[in-house]
Design a protein around this ligand. Sequence first.
Ligand code: HEC
Length: 308
Amino acid sequence: MRHRLKAFFQSVQHHVPLTAAIGLNLILILCAFALKADGDMRSSALLSVAGNFHILALHLPAALLLIVPLLEFWEKHEVATVSIRRLSLICAGGTWIAALLGVFHAHFNGYSGDAVQLHLWGGVAASVFASAAWLALDQSRIKRLATQALAVGVMSFAAHIGGELVHEEGFPFRPNKIAANHAGKPGAKATYKNTGNTYADIIAPILEARCVSCHGAKKVKGKLRMDSLEALKKGGGSDDPVYTPGDLKKSGMFTRINLDPKDDDFMPPKDEKPLTKSQVKSIGLWIEGKTIPDDVAKAAFEEAQGGK
Ligand code: HEC
């Protein structure tokens, strides 16, 4: 009996790593399904702050994920060393934590959109692969390296989408606008042309430069997209209309850019530069259906070009 019990515990002990890795990653997947990234902000100060820490927490496992195969490659041990095992364990645990905090970040801090979904599930996959790389440590060096390379690939993909979310599309390969201009690449400064279509000529370029990074296909803050006229008419998550032709008061996009910049509802939010006077004026005149004087339109357009 005692022998049997001992054998049982030994076999359980033997399977602890596998069980823990599968169990924890299943919890992560369940959380990702249950805690939706639907653009709503939720009031849990603790989980909201925990979510913010996603941005901090992800750097340690990302670095370890590269260091482990580098050491393996360098040291050429047929059997994984203790340091490799420890670093790999910290990496798998760290990736899991970073991914879970990411799920909180999206759910509690109001993220949604295709890129957010892609980044979120990429992060979940990165955790699964980082765990796999840890579980594969008893395998031959080549098999270990192959699993680690796979994990690096998945993580790089998730990290790239994440980078684009924080910065802009094409990050980090696209130089800043001025540099792109010099190189004659797309993104070069456009010149203002009055074709008679006020929305396309002036308004869309302003919104594109100053609002669409948060209100576009990739990130949809406040459940509002501002990348087409239809989307503006449709409005956002609240019942307040965003754009009502002829009625400034029923146009949230106008009231919000005219608030006191310290107001919580001011758009674009606090850490961004407010719209310029000509841009605010152009948007107002456009909503009222009035003609925008050419010099105001030209200034508003050109100021949008610098990303201002
Ligand atoms: C840095 C991200 C960011 C930028 C840039 C941004 N917004 Fe927002 N916007 C938000 C967030 C977050 C919300 C949801 C919270 C709220 O309602 O204040 C929101 C909500 C809104 C809403 C309310 C939608 C609804 O129905 O609840 C309007 C209108 C709006 N923004 C207009 C604008 C305009 C106009 C611009 C460009 C001048 C802009 N936003 C730029 C983040 C941003």
